[in-house]
Design a protein around this ligand. Structure first.
Ligand code: NDP
Length: 476
């Protein structure tokens, strides 16, 4: 680090960078322009050892504080995030690529303070299990200890807060390992939040997947929180078995949306579009395949093309843009391969699908694909980018079967006018969350998690607090 985080002005982007940058470190490039955003330190397994040891030492005193005091500090952390909001959003936009506006960088920083405040407010009282005059039994929730949290590059700040805010509230200390693609955003957020917290309660060790593995396999880590790919989640679960560490896994999905016959295409088009294209499609619980009845098919396609045409894509710091580049080359290649597969399979590209060859940055144009077979790779695999396949159906039973037939089950959605009918279809979908007339609308009060290969464990709300605690029954 060049400047001590305690002396830098963390309300400016330059101040944030001066607090976290490591001049001899690896260059982080803006995915929209290729320009250098900053340089990051690369941690090692030895840094993980030291961070976990410090977190363990700090945990006893942190857990011993009254819960109201920990809540108060989470609110102070939210104040600090709000004071640095614009600087954090700018750094996030430059490193991750997401625009300042739309459901993107400013929105993400706003969610960080919202989740901190919500966790500060939640109450998890002991549950009285039996109280019949002879026996009294109550269930309490104790801290787990040290939480090791590994995060992804799509919502690097917000997902870090999802992991550390409930953990801190419950008296745990936390070591974060951010994605190697977005380490500056998480280090900046931690520098800001740590203005409000005691030393070593929350720390961050940047580095690659090996550094992540050093954290998740560490004997001093009692609970692992992971958000990322199913493959890495499976690897983490294997190593966690040796020490029986507790785990929460929030993995990829391939969320289906089903439009019902009584939906109003024009009325739902905006929410359909943003359900799929939030963060330029790089969102775990975004809609990644849309099933539309034949009777509404052309109208829904036309309405989506219209919304897409009004949603500019470009460099994130330019205020008019609401869609940005893919964050990295690996993800760009996945999207390009899947759209090519759709074209080769005879699907009709309504818009997009033709990336410019000579531009800087990983921009893939907003792409809507119609008349595509349900078994095409663009439908069957997770694209995690700005390309939505729209599949026509004639039989609702068939659409439900298609929605449920994949190995993953994170989110899903049903769109229609008759809410009771929507609820009946929703109840039949295999997913951790099913939204009606919206998609991916997470709320800090409402539990969120996946089924099947989308992972397990719940985040958010009082249920989320239970998942970063250990149950403890006391009876007499
Ligand atoms: P990964 O699962 O590889 O990465 C997620 C995090 O895990 C990163 O911090 C990564 O570090 C770390 N990591 C990698 N290997 C290990 C390991 N063995 N032990 C512990 N931690 C490890 O996801 P990718 O970034 O490669 O993205 C691949 C795909 O995953 C995407 O195409 C998308 O489909 C999905 N994805 C899902 C997300 C979600 O929100 N559920 C978010 C991001 C991606 P490092 O980055 O340094 O390798």
């Amino acid at each position: 680090m060049t400047t001590d985080a305690t002396t830098a002005d963390l309300t400016t982007t330059a101040g944030l960078l001066s607090a976290i940058e490591y001049p001899a470190g690896r260059e982080i490039l803006d995915p929209a322009t290729g320009e250098v955003v900053g340089r990051t330190r690369e941690g090692s397994a030895a840094d993980i050892d030291s961070a976990v040891a410090s977190a363990r030492e700090a945990q006893t005193a942190w857990a011993a504080r009254p819960i109201a005091e920990r809540s108060d500090l989470l609110n102070k952390a939210a104040d600090a995030v709000e004071a640095s909001a614009e600087a954090l959003a700018e750094l996030l936009s430059r490193e991750q690529g997401k625009p300042l506006n739309g459901p993107n960088a400013r929105f993400e920083v706003g969610a960080c303070s919202a989740w901190l405040r919500a966790n500060a407010a939640f109450e998890l009282e002991p549950e009285i299990l039996v109280d019949d005059g002879e026996t009294h039994a109550e269930l309490r929730y104790d801290p787990v200890g040290v939480v090791g949290a590994v995060g992804p590059w799509n919502w690097p700040m917000m997902i870090s807060v999802w992991q550390f805010a409930p953990s801190l509230k419950m008296g745990n200390t936390v070591v974060l390992k951010p994605s190697e693609y977005t380490p500056l955003s998480v280090q900046a957020l931690v520098a800001v939040v740590n203005q409000a917290l005691p030393a070593d309660v929350l720390s961050v060790v940047p580095g690659d997947g090996a550094v992540g593995a050093a954290l998740t396999s560490h004997d001093g880590v009692d609970k692992i929180m992971f958000t990322g790919s199913t493959k890495t989640g499976q690897a983490i679960m294997r190593t966690a078995a040796d020490k029986l560490a507790r785990i929460t896994l929030e993995l990829g999905g391939n969320d289906a949306g089903i439009v019902l016959e009584d939906a109003d295409p024009k009325a739902i088009a905006g929410d359909l579009f943003w359900g799929a294209f939030i963060n330029t499609g790089q969102t775990c619980a975004a809609m990644k395949r849309l099933y539309v009845p034949e009777s509404l098919y052309d109208q829904v396609c036309e309405a989506l093309v219209e919304v897409a045409g009004q949603s500019p894509m470009g460099v994130g710091l330019e205020e008019e843009n609401v869609l940005g580049p893919l964050q990295n080359k690996q993800q760009y290649d996945i999207v390009a391969r899947l759209v090519d597969a759709a074209k080769n399979g005879g699907a009709r590209v309504l818009m997009g699908g033709d990336p410019a060859a000579d531009q800087p940055g990983y921009f893939y144009p907003t792409t809507l694909v119609a008349d595509i077979d349900n078994d095409n790779p663009l439908v069957a695999e997770e694209q995690f980018g700005p390309a939505l396949p729209i599949i026509k159906y004639t039989d609702l039973e068939q659409a439900i079967e298609w929605a449920n037939e994949l190995e993953v089950g994170l989110g899903s959605s049903v769109w229609g006018t008759d809410i009771e009918e929507c609820k009946k279809v929703a109840a039949r979908l295999q997913a951790g969350s099913t939204w009606i007339n919206k998609h991916g609308a997470v709320d800090p009060r409402v539990p969120f998690g996946g089924v099947k290969k989308s992972g397990f464990g719940l985040e958010f709300g009082v249920e989320g607090l239970k998942h970063v605690s250990v149950p403890h029954v006391i009876s007499w």
